[in-house]
Design a protein around this ligand. Structure first.
Ligand code: HEM
Length: 436
């Protein structure tokens, strides 16, 4: 074997790490249940620069799941799964395994303690062994298909489907692709390191073998704009300014967290809507900045509303120009989306940009245009107490009138009920299975 062959994995390095891990973890500990020990974690973070907080951990256990009001990390890997087993016990085993593994990985440990047999194929894949916890959060959700699929109550849960977990309507302009939409379970990993986010979903998918399989995935990113600056989306606009502040408990209780009105297992949880919104960037980039600003109702560079001067200025929907036209146009994105135009409705947006490369386009009609187009846009993610008083009525209006629609096509869509968080020793969604 050529020792300098760059394609050979550094098995030696891996083994050195692995051997010390096994020694530290204690051989023979029942793999799935061993509590994470500080010792079975490889050195994390210390050797990394920490400009984006890679060495920091986000708590996994608690009343709420992480990744909802957690300040957004720079990378996400969002996956939806279909359940392929018909046994309810399998589902419980899966959620137990997932909870355990997600808690370990959030702490910076491998998904499971290394097995005694280092040749085993069910170990953590080791691709992020030396990487820091990177503020990893894992957020789990339950789709309608968990409760009922094709009219069948597969797991005896149909009676417990929350009313808020509706079948999503199809909105005007939607061009939804089945294989990019829905799913029985959702898993969103967010981290300050792209490899940590991917590693997390990959381990969870392996733990699901024979029980559930991936239906679709979406990778997302947000640039490093700095903690106190609103990030920009791929259209060049600051995105997130008008969000209710996550530090405002009252706002979060009113608009994001499920309270006493929901089933017990959803209290402290939330509903996530995820949409794969492709942007026609080539088209957008040809528009004058002034037109782009009319489209959103905000200034491109400063982020200020067209009725104000600073990003933090409130929208003044009644402000008009000298000709008597509203400064924030009637069909601009922010006017249509804001609470004042929607009977007080608010949602918490936590979106990521995506870039899936480029597609070849060959039009089959004159002028027979051929070319390359970006497959890029926004993975729009929003949380709310109830989608029937959140995303759905909001978007019903916006999907008809929003000027932005001419530049955005929705290709994927999902709605998932994210249960309340788990206390140490519980698994995510446990209260649902105990009740049903
Ligand atoms: C590709 C899709 C989208 C893009 C690029 C986009 C972009 C933006 C931008 C640039 C702003 C202004 C800055 C800010 O307040 O964050 C904004 C505001 C907002 N957007 Fe979107 N958005 C998209 C989809 C949606 C959807 C589907 C909804 C809800 C159904 C939505 C709801 C909102 C809300 C509620 C605001 C804040 C309005 C306010 O100031 O009160 N957006 N969006």
């Amino acid at each position: 074997m050529n020792k300098s062959n760059p394609t050979e994995p550094s098995r030696r390095g891996f083994l050195a790490a692995a051997t010390s891990l096994v020694a530290a973890a204690g051989v023979g500990v029942p793999a799935a249940m061993a509590a994470p020990q500080r010792k079975d974690r490889p050195a994390t973070g210390e050797m990394h620069s920490d400009h984006a907080g890679q060495s920091r951990r986000e708590p996994f256990w608690g009343h709420h799941q992480g990744g909802i009001i957690t300040p957004a990390q720079q990378h996400t890997y969002f996956a939806a799964f279909d359940i392929i087993s018909e046994k309810r016990e399998d589902l419980v085993i899966l959620l137990q395994r997932w909870t355990e593994a997600a808690a370990r990985m959030s702490e910076g440990y491998p998904a499971m303690p290394l097995p005694a047999d280092l040749d085993a194929t069910d170990a953590d894949t080791a691709d992020s062994l030396e990487l820091a916890p990177s503020r990893l959060t894992v957020t789990f959700g339950f789709g309608a298909g968990l409760f009922q699929k094709n009219g069948q109550d597969r797991f005896g849960l149909a009676a417990h489907r929350p009313e808020a977990l509706v079948d999503m309507p199809t909105f005007p302009g939607d061009q939804l692709v089945d294989t990019l939409s829905d799913g029985d379970l959702s898993v969103q990993a967010c981290a300050e390191d792209a490899q940590v986010a991917f590693h997390t979903v990959r381990q969870l998918a392996r733990l699901a073998e024979g029980i559930a399989r991936i239906r679709w995935v979406q990778i997302g990113f947000i640039g490093d704009f700095g903690a106190n600056r609103t990030p920009r989306n791929l259209m060049g606009f600051k995105d997130g300014t008008g969000n209710p502040p996550v530090t405002d408990r009252k706002e979060m209780e009113s608009f994001v967290w499920v309270g006493d009105e929901g089933p017990d297992w959803m209290r402290g949880g939330s509903y996530v809507v995820v949409r794969r919104s492709r942007m026609a960037l080539e088209h957008w980039d040809r528009m004058k900045v002034s037109f782009q600003e009319q489209t959103f109702g905000r200034r491109k560079y400063s982020g200020a509303p067209l009725s104000g001067k600073k990003e933090s200025d409130p929208l003044d929907l009644s402000a008009s120009d000298e000709a008597g036209n509203p400064q924030i146009p009637e069909n601009s994105h922010v006017r249509l989306a804001t609470a004042a135009s929607n009977g007080g409705i608010k949602i918490l947006r936590r979106s990521y940009s995506y870039n899936d490369g480029i597609n070849v386009v060959a039009e089959r009609w004159p002028p027979w245009h051929q070319g390359l187009e970006y497959d890029a846009g926004l993975i729009f993610v929003c949380y709310q107490k109830d989608p029937r008083t959140g995303f759905i009525p909001l978007f019903e209006n916006m999907s008809r009138f929003d000027m932005m629609n001419q530049f955005v096509t929705n290709l994927g869509s999902g709605l998932f009920a994210c249960p309340g968080g788990a206390a140490k020793g519980e698994y995510i969604g446990q209260r649902l299975f105990e009740k049903a």
